[in-house]
Design a protein around this ligand. Structure first.
Ligand code: FAQ
Length: 314
């Protein structure tokens, strides 16, 4: 018991001194669990997040747009892989994580349960969804767990590129015909509040923040990051000559107000009842089942190579 207290004290001292925790270091079970929870939800979000945009690869309006979108969607798959690998260093298997996603047990970001109805949605996702993701994830590059922090550095660089390609799509539409401008504004209106909910519930309802902040996994609160994102987006939207619904400057606060968010709706999406939850999970399960032969072939190849290196010389 006293030995455990000693470990706890040394662990927290390392965190306070900004020394990274590495896979073989001692860590409290609750720290390991919360990292597996957050990293795997994040990995699932990247993989499920490929689906709404993937729907537009065949319909992108030019070869240039198609190539950029294809590359973006592939990047998201790569982010999923870095994150699943980081989660595996904590002693959980990838099969287990995927089973939890496919059975509906594991969460993933609420934002990917909305449909992509128009081409403008691809611009809006890049600008607002990747924009919100970056705002939230920059602090994670300094997360106390080494493998997560290192994965996040690369992810954030790629997300910045996605953010710009999204904004550029909207900028092009904003300079186009009346119909294109309308399409862009309608898309922004539809995605704005769901994007704000990506930051998680209000601080008063955030169950994990206290410990995650103590352990320096999180460094800023859900509400702080949400407000910073609103302030930045409210400036950026002026370059599009468009508006964000319900966003008004508040002189007294020195920030933009953004109206009420419907948290009841948010929880219903998180619990599986959003507009596309069932469709998204079905698409993931189908892709996993249809990819079984690839996994089997890769494992058989690895096994063959292993047997070859272990065989005694003739
Ligand atoms: N959706 O106590 P908190 C991307 C859950 S990646 C669903 O405040 P925490 C890139 C939360 O898990 C987007 N569930 O939680 C991309 C918890 O439930 P639990 C994903 C949510 O962990 C772009 C409960 O509510 N990013 O977009 C959501 O301290 C384009 C209470 O919440 C990450 O995952 C939500 N929005 O803070 C890809 C970043 N919010 O687990 C493709 C890493 C909260 O106790 C295309 N994660 N919940 O059962 C984080 O930074 C944190 O986990 C938060 C939540 C900030 C998401």
């Amino acid at each position: 018991m006293s030995q455990n207290i000693d470990f706890q004290t040394r662990f927290q001292a390392k965190i306070d001194a900004e020394i990274k925790i590495e896979p073989k270091d001692w860590m409290p079970e609750a720290y390991r669990k919360t990292l597996i929870r957050q990293i795997s939800q994040h990995a699932h979000s990247e993989i499920v997040g490929m689906l709404p945009e993937g729907n537009w690869i065949t319909r992108a309006p030019s070869l240039r747009r198609k190539v950029a979108l294809l590359a973006k969607v592939q990047d998201e798959a790569g982010h999923g892989l870095y994150l699943y690998s980081a989660a595996e260093t904590l002693g959980v298997s990838r099969e287990q994580l995927l089973d939890d996603l496919h059975s509906g047990k594991a969460k993933y970001s609420s934002i990917f349960n909305y449909p992509t109805l128009t081409w403008a949605d691809i611009g809006t996702i890049g600008w607002l969804v990747d924009g919100a993701a970056i705002m939230n994830q920059v602090m994670l590059c300094r997360a106390s767990y080494g493998p997560y922090a290192r994965a996040m550095v690369r992810i954030c660089k790629e997300e910045s590129f996605h953010h710009r390609q999204g904004f550029e799509i909207l900028l092009t539409l904003s300079k186009g015909s009346e119909a294109q401008r309308k399409m862009a504004q309608e898309s922004i209106n539809r995605w704005w509040k769901p994007a704000l909910m990506m930051f998680g519930p209000p601080d008063s309802e955030s169950t994990n923040s206290e410990m995650s902040t103590k352990w320096k996994i999180k460094r800023e609160s859900n509400d702080e990051l949400r407000q910073r994102f609103v302030d930045v987006a409210a400036e950026q939207v002026t370059f599009l000559n468009m508006t964000l619904p319900d966003v008004v400057w508040n002189e007294e606060r020195g920030h933009f107000d953004f109206g009420e968010l419907d948290w009841e709706h948010f929880w219903s999406v998180v619990k599986g009842n959003g507009p596309c939850n069932k469709q998204r999970l079905a698409a993931r399960v189908k892709a996993h089942e249809e990819g079984a032969w690839v996994r089997e072939a890769a494992l058989a190849y690895a096994e063959k190579r292993k047997n070859r290196t272990e065989a005694p010389p003739q």
